[in-house]
Write a protein that binds this ligand. Structure first.
Ligand code: SF4
Length: 344
């Protein structure tokens, strides 16, 4: 069975030919999919005979809404969606004055093992297919009745560990007859898979790249992110420079601040040395407490001291506001609680 939401318009036209239908039917179906059709019955100008044929060989691909939580302190919403195999993923919608950003998942769980992240506590269950990534956006639009303008691939999973499906997703989401979200409005976050960062640079899709760095020292980084055993900071930053050169885009360096672990002045100064001359900005992310790990958020004054040191050395720095802290804001927290039946 083919998931039609995995296909580009051109692929859908080709698919029609394989089932002895005219190619233009592919464009009609594609258009219905992005108008939100959930079943073939919703597709008004498609003949009954074709609908019956499609039922036998394909399905559209729909996530089932399992739970929605709305923050009382900001405009964020958190969704849990059930996949066809019963797995659960989470998606976050953040509404700002001028845009709606959706943080999407691209794997069920994650195998990267970052110590501050709840998504990885049970390892990787499986990769998401392109339709399972794209439908998170369609379902948020359907729920909010608003157009999603910006995307961050920062939910559960490492996008470059699901590279083929991520590439296909990027192609689909940018299509002008589909969701039409501009590449410059999309940010992909990676923990630093060097060969894939270079491949991404080579396909020259001008999306924003964000690197989870979290420490300027290789040995300390390994303690926070086990994937650091495979790739040295120097090589990762070289890959960032390569990305900047290929795409002309500024890279975001994400730095989770963990009390007593990576928040000292010495670390700030080392970071300055590493990033000198690079077209980047630093995003400081005070960690949310993950119950299963012993990481704490630094005091506010300490966070702003760290920021000041970087800025005095001409490194543009922001502190990320954690949205939805009352609804399991940190990546993977809500899904995990739901799995453990703490959320009804
Ligand atoms: S932070 Fe990202 S890469 Fe690291 S474990 Fe969590 S989901 Fe995976």
């Amino acid at each position: 069975m083919i998931a039609l939401k995995n296909l580009t318009e051109e692929e859908l036209k080709q698919f029609m030919k394989t089932i002895d239908e005219p190619a233009y039917r592919g464009s009609q179906i594609y258009s219905w999919i992005y108008k939100g059709a959930k079943s073939f019955d919703d597709m008004k100008n498609i003949p009954k005979t074709l609908k019956e044929k499609l039922e036998k060989v394909s399905y559209i691909g729909n996530l089932k809404l399992e739970l929605k939580l709305e923050s009382k302190i900001d405009n964020s919403k958190k969704y849990l969606f059930e996949l066809n195999d019963g797995n659960i993923i989470e998606t976050v919608m953040m509404e700002y004055e001028d845009r709606i950003t959706v943080c999407i998942s691209n794997q069920v769980g994650c195998r990267m093992g970052c110590k501050f992240c709840a998504s990885t506590l049970d390892g990787l269950i499986r990769n998401l297919e392109p339709w399972e990534i794209i439908d998170q956006i369609l379902k948020v639009q359907e729920d909010t009745k608003k157009r999603v303008s910006n995307l961050v691939l920062m939910g559960s999973g490492e996008p470059l560990d699901n590279f083929e499906n991520t590439k296909k997703f990027l192609k689909l989401v940018n299509d002008k007859n589909g969701l039409n979200i501009g590449y410059r409005h999309i940010t992909l976050s990676t923990c630093g898979i060097v060969p894939k960062m270079k491949e991404l640079a080579d396909i020259k899709i001008p999306i924003n790249l964000a690197l989870s760095l979290h420490s300027p020292y290789d040995d300390k980084r390994v303690e926070i992110m086990p994937v650091a055993k495979a790739y040295k900071i120097k090589d990762i930053l070289d890959a960032c420079r390569y990305y900047i050169k290929s795409t002309n885009r500024r890279v975001t360096i994400e730095y989770s601040l963990i009390k007593g672990v990576n928040d000292s002045e010495k670390e700030a100064k080392e970071l300055i040395k590493l990033l000198k001359g690079m077209l980047c900005h630093v995003n400081l992310i005070p960690v949310n407490n993950v119950e299963e790990r012993d990481f704490k958020r630094p005091d506010k004054s300490h966070i702003y001291k760290f920021k000041e040191i970087l800025e005095k050395n001409n490194i543009p720095t922001t502190v990320r506001n954690s949205m939805g802290s009352d609804i399991g804001g940190a990546c993977g927290q809500l899904r995990r609680k739901h799995k453990n039946s703490e959320v009804e």
